[in-house]
Design a protein around this ligand. Structure first.
Ligand code: XMP
Length: 319
């Protein structure tokens, strides 16, 4: 019978055979897929692997620190932490069009990655945590025949541009299998079970123009929402949960003063593969508590709403 332990040793043998003594570069996003790919590769080829983590300043609270400490300190995997937050945030300044935001982020991601790879003296192979659904989606994404609803940026086109060969050790696996492989490789349970997170990060959870101030508000609110979900024991029953900071301010009252601050939307869905999704039916008490905590603890938000749209017709992300 097919087991993850068997997959692991077979994948390691295949990587070794394919790569030989060449150097390999792996883009680390902080997500489960690229992390599992990196750990598997490291087990196969050790220090022939270098990871590049492009820190675009659009990650969640504490996420970048977590990635760096886990890979560099815990796994001892050679890691370049490209701190290019300002490059990304400056380039995004004033941009409100969702597709242009994605394109800008995708372009800068590739440029940064190339520059860092060059500093390392290049490599023959580029490793990616591509999954089986990514392989299918790149043929026809959500919109069906030749309609692009959202352009995905998962380093598409990078290997051709950089003239590198690809190693994609996860390309036959589904998400739940990648998680199982991650556990098999000793990655912490909490890390492996994390919800998917989009490449363009918090930029697409900040409809309208992205600013440092808004990202800060969003990070804090998002962390509280997730904390409440974990405390209620609901995290694993949900496919994705996150906060969206709306570009709308509303009037509120606090103490004996009037406030005029942002509206925050909460989103949580169940799904099998992200292609379709149902909004998660929290009980009202849970939502009320989460909203109260967010408004009390996060400066800049005075109203919280819950998104009850399923996919279709809504998409999971708001942009
Ligand atoms: P939507 O919003 O299209 O999202 O229903 C479906 C799944 O894809 C993720 N997503 C992205 N992932 N780059 C990514 O790597 C992107 O540009 C992107 N846009 C959406 C989303 O989080 C959900 O899991």
């Amino acid at each position: 019978t097919w087991t993850m332990a068997a997959f692991r040793s077979q994948a390691i043998a295949e990587i070794r055979q394919k790569v030989g003594s060449s150097r390999v570069i792996c883009g680390l996003s902080g997500g489960v897929d690229s992390s599992v790919a990196a750990v598997l590769l490291h087990e196969a080829i050790g220090d022939q692997l270098t990871c590049i983590f492009v820190d675009h300043g659009l990650l969640r609270l504490g996420e970048a620190e977590q990635v760096v400490s886990m890979f560099r300190d815990h796994y001892n995997i050679p890691l370049v932490h490209a701190e290019v937050q300002d490059t990304f945030l400056d380039a995004l300044e004033g941009e409100t069009d969702p597709e242009k935001k994605r394109k800008t982020i995708g372009r800068l991601f590739i440029e940064t990655f190339e520059a860092e790879a060059e500093k390392l003296g290049g490599a023959d192979f580029l490793a990616q945590g591509t999954l089986y659904p990514d392989v299918i989606e790149s043929v026809s994404f959500t919109g069906g025949p030749s309609v692009t609803i959202k352009s995905h940026h998962n380093v598409g086109g990078l290997p051709e541009r950089m003239n590198m060969k690809l190693v994609e050790p996860l390309r036959e696996l589904f998400k739940d299998e990648v998680r199982e492989l991650g556990r098999e490789l000793g990655l912490p349970d909490q890390f492996v079970g994390r919800h998917p997170f989009p490449g363009p990060g918090l930029a697409i959870r900040c409809p309208g123009a992205v600013t440092r101030e808004k990202l800060d508000i969003l990070r804090q609110a998002d962390a509280i929402f997730i904390d409440e979900i974990r405390k209620a024991g609901l995290y694993d029953a949900i496919w994705q949960a996150f906060a969206v900071l709306l570009p709308v301010q509303t009037v509120g009252v606090m103490g004996d003063g009037r406030t005029y601050e942002f509206v925050l939307a909460l989103r949580a869905v169940t799904s099998v593969d992200g292609m379709t999704a149902d909004f998660y039916a929290f009980d009202m008490e849970f939502l009320g508590n989460a909203a109260t905590r967010i408004i009390n603890e996060v400066k800049g938000v005075n109203r919280v709403v819950y998104d009850v749209t399923s996919k279709p017709p809504g998409t999971i992300e708001w942009e």
